[in-house]
Design a binder for this molecule. Sequence first.
Ligand SMILES: Nc1ncnc2c1ncn2[C@@H]1O[C@H](COP(=O)(O)OP(=O)(O)OP(=O)(O)O)[C@@H](O)[C@H]1O
Ligand SMILES: [Mg+2]
Length: 161
Amino acid sequence: MQSSGRLILVCGLPGSGKTTLAEALEGRLQAIRFSPDDWMDALSINLHREDMRAKVEALQWELAQQLLAQGLTVIIEWGTWARSERDALRLGARALGAAVELHYLNAPSDVLLERLERRGRENPPIERDALFEWVEIFQAPTNAEMALFDEPLMADFSNPG
Ligand SMILES: Nc1ncnc2c1ncn2[C@@H]1O[C@H](COP(=O)(O)OP(=O)(O)OP(=O)(O)O)[C@@H](O)[C@H]1O
Ligand SMILES: [Mg+2]
């Protein structure tokens, strides 16, 4: 089954610029963007509630699959820290006949922290120790994993690597 659908995964730690990139791609590609933070804010759910974040992401994936099957372009900017999570999304989208791209954003830990402090979206703010712990947990995509994805329609605009 071949739809002309396309799933765009934007992966990276908090502050890496996922939403910034996803919003730019959304406009250029006429895509539908799924941000858990936006839905959680709209539902007055604290962004630290990981249990609710998981439920919001599950809802977004249900909807995303319907849109992909209809041939639309969908952007998922959940963070997707784990290789297994990215594998599941890639295989799920391919099963619907959609193409899948992966964009990985990264910046040094103190840059991430500084951006998050300046943005001030979380309450209470993300702590330095927590962020540094997440840097250790995060499974950055390897070249071998990147090769499993389709060529992006648009390159990243600014990614210091
Ligand atoms: N390449 C960049 N250079 C400098 N600042 C940036 C860059 N990308 C994003 N920012 C700024 O850093 C902050 C965090 O970016 P953004 O919200 O896009 O990150 P995010 O990955 O979506 O974070 P979160 O996971 O918390 O949602 C924002 O204030 C944004 O304007
Ligand atoms: Mg974001």
